[in-house]
Design a protein around this ligand. Structure first.
Ligand code: FE2
Length: 412
């Protein structure tokens, strides 16, 4: 009998980030596997056989014997002997059973604890900077490619683009032990825009922390329903400053991805770009159903951002593939660096606004109809139960243009 390990979501993320070698035996049904898969820095070898098929076709009375018989007969030629095999299912129960079978057959095996459900709700926090008077933490939800931030100074914190689950922010704010400050008081929660790809935790976090919630008023109207948001929010306007200790975040209104999108600039050091500039790509302009009207705004906004100091560090609202992270798992790059690496910015610099608009309109990825409902949820127009909220958030975000990723097989 070979070794059988249990991997937590954090264990899995570490292996994905460090390009650990393993093979995936995914036992969810085919539709689920096609819809949402594990993705690493490089493509992951995987085979999908639904668990119930193994049971049915294994042909034994005992369930485990059936699974073992099936794998021995049908999968032996595909399963590697030189690396662990990670069994994956929806909630981590059947995969544990499959991993037991694998280890009985002499394979080094592992099971993903909690399955894809726990993976999809896993958050990871990375330190961007921790000076005496400024700390920034990037909080990612790796399964979805969503990024959010805590910006802290003098014991206070501003949260940018809080994601649906509040514990990563509340726990970090409560437990942080940083220079002179034990714990942080959340004094403001800001959404850079009305999100379409994920349910914002902004208003709930603001309520939990007793802090004001900020959104640009243009994004407090559902773009296709044209109904006003029912959430309580404070206006953000261009140039507005949010003090944080000795520093301040300054809002730049950069419409394009949405009409109310803002970036937040911390001096010449950091630029929280929301959904405008990502690491490898730029945001899509069509999620409000008005691509042709919004693409020119997007072009103008990005030109405005390109005039900022080249040494400013861009901290984006999303990533599309894990290989956009640096060696320490952070998604960040200086503006000068991104001008060279980012396909959208290269097109804008090379071909000007007209060429860039053409490029935008030719690179639009598939439109996910769930995004209309997610926008309704974020505007307070729809209140889903937890299970429905999780379903709306299945899979990776598609906020970036597709073209920059087609070469690597990423979001398209
Ligand atoms: Fe977005």
């Amino acid at each position: 009998m070979a070794e059988r390990e249990i991997w937590s979501a954090a264990d899995l993320l570490a292996r994905l980030e460090h390009r650990g070698k393993f093979f995936i035996l995914d036992v969810r049904n085919r539709e689920e596997f096609e819809r949402v898969r594990l993705e690493g820095r490089t493509p992951l070898p995987a085979v999908n056989v639904p668990y119930f098929e193994m049971l049915e076709l294994g042909g034994k009375d005992d369930m485990l014997d059936s699974v073992i018989a099936y794998m021995e007969r049908e999968l032996a030629s595909q399963l590697p002997r030189d690396q662990p095999i990670l069994a994956v299912c929806a909630k981590g129960d059947t995969s544990d059973y499959v991993a037991q079978g694998l280890s009985r057959l002499g394979y080094a095996s592992a099971t993903l604890k909690g399955g894809m459900k726990v993976w999809s709700e896993h958050y990871s926090a990375r330190t961007v900077v921790e000076d005496a008077d400024l700390a920034i933490y990037q909080i990612s939800r790796p399964a979805r490619g969503c990024l959010s931030y805590i910006v802290a100074g003098a014991g206070k914190a501003i949260v940018i683009d809080a994601l649906r689950h509040l514990h990563p922010y509340l726990d970090l704010a409560r437990n942080l032990d940083w220079v002179h400050s034990r714990g942080l008081e959340i004094t403001a929660v800001i959404d850079t825009h009305g999100h379409a790809d994920h349910i914002s935790g902004g208003t709930a976090l603001a309520a939990a922390a007793g802090a004001p919630y900020y959104l640009h008023p243009f994004d407090a109207i559902h773009p296709t329903d044209v109904l006003p948001a029912t959430i309580a929010y404070n206006f953000i306007s261009d140039g507005q400053a949010f003090p944080i200790g000795r520093h301040e975040l300054k809002a730049l209104h950069i419409p394009g991805h949405t009409l109310g999108l803002v970036a937040l600039r911390l001096g010449d050091r950091y630029l929280f770009t929301g959904d405008s500039i990502f690491i490898r790509s730029v945001a899509r302009p069509d999620l409000g159903g008005k691509a042709e009207a919004w693409a020119p705004l997007h072009a103008r906004s990005l030109r405005r951002l390109l005039t900022l100091p080249g040494g400013i560090t861009v901290l984006p609202g999303h990533f599309s593939t894990l290989d956009e992270a640096d060696d320490s798992g952070r998604f960040a790059g200086t503006l000068d660096d991104l001008k060279k690496r980012n396909e959208g910015l290269q097109v804008l610099q090379r071909e000007g606004e007209a060429g860039f608009i053409r490029y935008l309109l030719e690179s639009l990825p598939r439109f996910n109809p769930d995004y209309l409902d997610i926008k309704r949820v974020n505007a307070g127009l729809l209140k889903p139960a937890e299970e429905d909220a999780a379903t709306l958030e299945l899979g990776k975000n598609v906020c970036a243009l597709s073209q920059a990723y087609t070469a690597t097989g990423g979001a398209s």
